[in-house]
Design a protein around this ligand. Structure first.
Ligand code: SF4
Length: 233
């Protein structure tokens, strides 16, 4: 029998209630995949934390695309008002590492499968290491805002890495309570670039194949899944 799904938004609620009583905001190392996904998460969490936004995405299929997404992250942070200041750190672009540690042997696994779980792990491990070295109170990632990302797997990896590196992991599922919808609104307000594929070359090819069949993909597929009742709780 499968384990019941955990609602990680409820665990986040509990942590935020505890943090709300602290005199000084705790520090959070927040891994960011792109500006649209960061928008709602920053609006939400900058009320509670002093955030360092860590853009580490060796999965992205070209350096031009990596830079384009990063520039949008920087612009968003410069333009969006936030309660506590947010610092942005650009991670190294190392696509060979993505191929060696994540994709080799998993090139043909469809999006949402094992290759993606390995991709989550690679990015979260880098964030956990940086959080431990910088003595942050917590680390987490914006990735769970996407209805196409598996929050159960993401949070299980985060918990395991928290134990390995001795740093707090902020449980979260940012797509809940309309988080994904709000990210679409904020993307419109700040005219953010919204890519139509996840990031790696395999997701780009899958998107092109879906488009050639006239099927939904990328942000449109995300938006369709965000309508499901489970993502509203
Ligand atoms: S589809 Fe996205 S999450 Fe999955 S491996 Fe590619 S870049 Fe990573």
């Amino acid at each position: 029998m499968q384990n019941p799904k955990v609602n990680y938004q409820i665990l986040l609620d509990q942590t935020l209630r505890e943090i709300g009583k602290a005199e000084k905001p705790p520090t959070l190392l927040l891994h960011a995949c792109c500006a649209p996904c960061s928008s709602y998460v920053l609006e939400y969490l900058s009320r509670y934390f002093a955030i360092t936004l860590f853009y580490y995405n060796p999965n992205i299929e070209s350096e031009a695309e990596f830079d384009k997404r990063f520039r949008e992250v920087e612009r968003l942070v410069a333009e969006m008002p936030m309660e506590h200041p947010v610092r942005v750190v650009r991670g190294t672009y190392e696509p060979e590492r993505f191929y060696e540690e994540v994709a080799r042997g998993y090139e043909h696994v469809p999006e949402g499968g094992e290759r993606c779980f390995r991709c989550y792990r690679q990015r979260l491990t880098e964030a956990a290491q940086m959080a431990a070295e910088g003595a942050y109170d917590y680390f987490t990632t914006t990735l769970s805002i996407s209805p196409l990302k598996n929050a159960q797997v993401l949070n299980a990896i985060g918990k395991e890495l928290a134990e390995t590196y001795g740093v707090g992991y902020l449980f979260s599922d940012f797509k809940k309570r309309g988080g994904y919808q709000r990210s679409i609104e904020l993307s419109k307000i700040y005219s953010l670039y919204r890519q139509n594929y996840c990031g790696c070359i395999y997701s780009k090819r899958e998107q092109e194949e879906r488009a050639s069949r006239g099927e939904l993909g990328g942000c449109a597929a995300c938006a369709a899944q965000a309508q499901c009742e489970e993502n509203k709780k």
